[in-house]
Design a protein around this ligand. Structure first.
Ligand code: GCU
Length: 410
């Protein structure tokens, strides 16, 4: 076995240890924290209960993030035609501060050429660089630090490596645009004590790392998504009132948090986000809080560490994260072989968010039993479990586009 392969397998084992529960009969009885509390109306929810829940997630799980930096600037680095004239491409640099050493991210944006006026946009972070989501040769190669590749830098050989996860032709054909950013532009995904990425930009004098209630990496990635939305608000071709934020896996945890913290996102989509995302923590099935905190100590706020093997003490569970989107549409997608992410726990969580939607007279998730494989359910909350493994597929995109059309009515 090549050393790199051995290392990769070892890292997989580390992330999915053998002590995880995959036996449904071992899921004990658990009680979810009360979602509505005293809230009886949508107004109670919006003015009191929602802020309480948001505050809990901010302080105990993802960490408090700063707002929009005052010296942020946008620069269109390149633009042109793409996808045989079906799209207009823009590559936009976002500088989070002034000066040559300011942290920066690069947005790759495609807008549908045939649409007059502003087009709704799907916005999501990517794992392998902007050049990996398409074979478009004009897309800049992302040079930021990257996990799991030799030398931690990408190159031309990775162009289109993740294109199967981004069904750009289908998105454009639906009349929508798509924008993506390499997540490591915002904060490299390793535990470096928060010395690189965007965190240091906001340290107070003498501060060397975020406080226990302050942002970890997921909150930083979500913050980057809000900054991308700041840019889309200025782009004449993008309908910033119709932006769906989406993400897969750790980036699905991120899209849920982005949607919770930033109500400007019109639709929120989680794909296989699992533990710390859509899946209920109290089921203790697949990945658990202790696994998250051990393998990825930089993802969440310091305060989240107290819940390792201590889920019953959490003042929230993940159904409350989904409910933070109410009354906006939210979609949860699972894959049947992705047991580490607990598909059933993702479904139950989406279903348990429904009472918040009912306060608005909305359907929430119109299902109480887990639907069959590839039988999507779509209300204000949508859910499907498809066949196959942990991934984003054309099937997933087909449902996301259908869900968006249903809610955006265009
Ligand atoms: C690991 C991790 C998950 C995460 C996933 C991913 O499996 O344990 O929580 O969602 O990586 O981001 O691919």
């Amino acid at each position: 076995m090549r050393f790199a392969t051995a290392l990769f397998l070892a890292s997989l084992c580390l992330a999915q240890p053998p002590d995880a529960n995959y036996d449904e009969s071992k899921v004990g009885a658990y009680q979810l924290p009360d979602l509505l509390g005293e809230a009886k109306t949508s107004r109670d929810w919006t003015s009191k209960r929602r802020p309480e829940i948001l505050h809990l997630f901010e302080n105990q799980m993802f960490g408090v993030a700063p707002g929009r930096p005052k010296d942020m600037s946008f620069e269109v680095l390149e633009q042109g035609e793409a996808f045989d004239g079906k799209a207009r491409r823009k590559q936009v640099q976002v500088a989070f501060a002034k000066g040559p050493n300011a942290p920066k991210m690069e947005i790759l944006l495609y807008l549908p050429a045939g649409v007059k006026g502003k087009a709704p946009v799907f916005l999501g972070l990517n794992f392998q660089g902007n050049h990996a989501i398409t074979d478009d040769p004009a897309v800049h190669i992302t040079r930021s630090w990257m996990r799991n590749i030799p030398g931690n830098r990408s190159d031309e050989s990775k162009r289109a490596a993740a294109a199967s996860r981004w069904d750009i032709p289908a998105i454009l054909a639906a009349g929508y645009g798509v924008a993506s950013i390499y997540y490591g532009d915002i904060d490299p995904d390793f535990d470096d004590g928060f010395q690189n990425g965007v965190h240091p930009l906001f340290y107070k004098p003498g501060q060397t790392r975020p406080a226990a209630s302050e942002w970890g990496s997921i909150a930083a990635w979500a913050w980057g998504l809000s900054r991308a939305l700041d840019y889309l608000e200025t782009d004449p071709g993008a309908d910033a009132k119709r932006v769906a934020v989406l993400g897969h896996s750790r980036l699905g945890k991120t899209s849920l948090w982005a949607g919770a913290i930033d109500p400007r996102f019109s639709i929120v989509i989680s794909n296989d986000s699992g533990a710390g995302g859509a899946a209920l923590s109290r089921r203790i099935y697949g990945e658990e809080v202790r696994h998250l905190n051990k393998s990825f100590p930089h993802w969440f706020a310091g305060n989240f560490k107290q819940y390792s093997s201590n889920e019953a003490a959490m003042p929230f569970d993940q159904h409350m994260l989904i409910a933070l989107m109410a009354p906006r549409p939210v979609y949860v997608a699972s894959a049947v072989e992705d047991r580490w992410a607990d598909p059933k726990g993702e479904f139950l969580s989406a279903a348990a968010a429904t009472p918040a939607y009912k306060l608005f007279g909305l359907s929430g998730l119109p299902a109480t039993e887990m639907p069959g494989i590839e039988q999507p359910v779509m209300g204000t909350i949508g859910y499907h479990v498809r066949r196959g493994k942990h991934d984003v597929t054309a099937y997933d995109w087909e449902q996301f586009l259908k869900f968006a059309r249903m809610h955006w009515k265009r």
